[in-house]
Design a protein around this ligand. Structure first.
Ligand code: ADP
Length: 264
């Protein structure tokens, strides 16, 4: 079915406010090769502080690689990445643990040998949260954010559903109070009802805390409800960047229209 304008929700934040705010993240001419394959072919992307960007695009188009470069898990071959105008990759290199970036992968990847409480507490700043009581209170607050309660504290990841594990992974990432949150299909393992509820809860948490967020997703509703700007990736390039309403109603070219149309 053609994408009717009537079913598109209004963008959550007026895009001109979110996008012209001070640049938080700038990606300039980034390329990345794996062996002979050029996976990223010159990516340029700017993200305003507190804004949320959804990256959509076919499997294999380089979305995860781009997130891993921003996180500092990989180095670009050419180009550079800046945070707050400071170069973190390019001529200079700031390692992942010094970028204050949260990263949640599709499978959450909890520490299997630690309890839920220990997993979430892992990222807490122990200078600020001293002693068992303060730590537990903060962990319970973080669990509450993702709609879980204190009864989960002592449980182990393997006793929980995929959806519960994923929400705990999000709470653990929030415990570090990141400036930037990178979410790689974080809700795709959840069943439909939980997916919407969790997306809303996490969206609110990130928005209230003004965390600059980049979300990789294949779910159009998610991109529309979550993002201030949508970036469409194809074959290692950004085919289109714009506010969700514009991208979905006026795709830049036929291939983008077909991709977005197929995803409906
Ligand atoms: P997407 O997230 O859009 O599905 P990816 O960034 O995961 O795309 O992958 C883009 C391309 O890069 C794929 O062809 C993938 O096989 C390749 N690739 C990703 N990571 C590596 C790696 N560590 N080594 C070799 N090839 C990789």
């Amino acid at each position: 079915t053609p994408l009717g304008e009537a079913r598109l929700p209004e963008p959550r934040i007026a895009p001109q406010i979110a996008l012209t705010a001070d640049h938080h993240l700038d990606i300039e001419g980034v390329t990345k090769n794996f062996g002979h394959q050029q996976v990223l072919k010159g990516i340029n992307l700017s993200v305003g502080r507190g804004a949320t960007t959804a990256i959509v695009g076919p499997s294999g188009s380089g979305k995860t690689t781009l997130l891993r470069l921003i996180a500092g898990f990989e180095r670009p071959d050419t180009g550079r990445i800046l945070m707050d105008g400071r170069e973190v990759a390019g001529e200079t290199w700031v390692p992942a643990h010094k970028r204050n970036i949260g990263y949640v992968a599709q499978d959450g990847a909890l520490f299997p040998h630690l309890s839920v409480g220990q997993n979430v507490a892992f990222g807490l700043d122990r200078d600020r949260f001293r002693g068992r009581k303060a730590v537990t209170e903060r962990v319970v607050d973080l669990l509450d954010m993702v709609a879980l309660d204190g009864s989960y504290l002592k449980r182990r990841p393997h006793e929980l559903s995929g959806g519960q594990q994923q929400r705990i992974a999000l709470a653990r990432a929030m415990a570090c109070e990141p400036d930037v949150m990178l979410l790689d299909e974080p809700f795709s393992a959840l069943d439909a009802g939980l997916r919407v509820a969790t997306r809303r809860a996490i969206g609110k948490v990130l928005h209230d805390a003004q965390v600059t967020t980049i979300l990789v997703t294949h779910d159009q509703a998610e991109a529309l409800s979550f993002a201030d700007q949508v970036a469409v990736m194809r074959g290692g390039k950004l085919a289109q960047i714009g506010n969700p309403f514009v991208v979905y109603t006026r795709p830049a070219d036929r291939a983008t229209a077909e991709f977005l149309g197929d995803a409906v």
